[in-house]
Write a protein that binds this ligand. Structure first.
Ligand code: SIN
Length: 303
């Protein structure tokens, strides 16, 4: 028997596989496809203080090896999430719930996280959305702003706080270190890479918002590189993500330094992607002679 269980800042996960925020709704929608209780945890749809309609359409552009999205943080707002979405999820899923939070000011991040504190097991603070003109990624591209959000959220919450970082920076380690110094319990990375497609017949950008975030298998090597760098830079647990679609990808990202791994765009291609990865993980580990998945974490840095 291979041990698949891992631990994120005191939160036990039966395995390291987590559907990524924004690709799995509030989870319960996927209960029609499979029993969600096989999952390590669920990272819920990004939540803001106020309801948001999101960006104008088109919001999706397909590309080789992935897709661009410019959703713009569409969500029903924190009150509706607490009253409706999370109770619905808890009816069908009994494992750890990660609340993913976005904001447009330091104070708003803190208020929304404070509201969600008693309704989630872990808070994933998204300072990396590339699709909104204020807030979002602007907090994740400056060490000072990233530290300010971290500090404000930690002051009003008791649950582990993980900052979700953007790859759209020159030096991801500077942002990770700023979050760590401000009291972060962990780091999630990577969010999407800013990209663009043009409709050659119309001679106009495909996305109504012009640019969007690239995700899918094309970004996986970038995720491996950045997880590796952050693992070397800070002594915090890492939730790695970016183009993960197989059990072999989970192993690789854990060897780079991730304690747990989120699966994003793959859920949009195949709704049962996370379950398939979990099902194939034991054989993958046995083939590598691994008895405890924790042996993998950061394993490529040693020796
Ligand atoms: C979006 O809602 O635009 C995507 C969220 C994100 O990339 O953080």
């Amino acid at each position: 028997m291979v041990n698949l269980s891992v631990c994120l800042s005191g939160v036990p996960l039966k395995n390291p596989v987590i559907p990524a925020s924004g690709t799995f709704g509030f989870g319960y929608e996927f209960a029609a496809w499979y029993d969600l209780n096989c999952l390590g945890a669920i990272s819920c749809k990004g939540t803001t203080e106020q309801p948001r309609f999101g960006n104008p359409t088109p919001r999706i552009a397909e590309c080789v090896g992935g897709m661009l999205n410019s959703v713009g943080l569409q969500n029903p707002g924190v009150e509706a999430v607490i009253q409706g979405e999370l109770p619905r999820l808890r009816q069908v899923y009994h494992g750890p719930v990660i609340a993913n939070v976005s904001g447009f000011s330091v104070e708003e991040y803190a208020r929304t996280c404070q509201q969600l504190n008693d309704h989630a097991d872990l808070l994933e603070v998204n300072i990396s959305c590339p699709n909104v003109h204020e807030g979002g990624m602007s907090f994740g591209t400056s060490p000072e702003a990233a530290a300010a959000v971290t500090h404000a959220v930690k002051a009003v919450t008791t649950k582990p706080v993980y900052l979700k970082l953007t790859p759209n920076v020159t030096d991801i380690t500077a942002i990770a270190k700023a979050c760590a110094d401000a009291g972060a319990d962990g780091i999630s990375l990577i969010n999407t890479l800013l990209g663009m497609r043009i409709d050659t017949r119309r001679r106009r950008p495909i996305l109504a918002n012009q640019m969007g975030g690239l995700s899918g298998p094309a970004v996986f090597p970038v995720a491996v590189r950045m997880v590796w760098q952050v693992y070397e830079a800070v002594k915090l647990p890492i939730i790695g993500m970016g183009g993960v679609s197989t059990a072999a990808d989970v192993v690789e990202l854990m060897l780079a330094g991730a304690t747990a791994v989120q699966v994003g765009a793959a859920n949009l291609v195949e709704p049962c992607a996370c379950r398939s990865i979990i099902d194939t993980l034991p054989a993958q580990l046995e083939a590598l002679g691994v008895k405890d998945i924790n042996e993998l974490i950061g394993g490529a840095h040693h020796g």
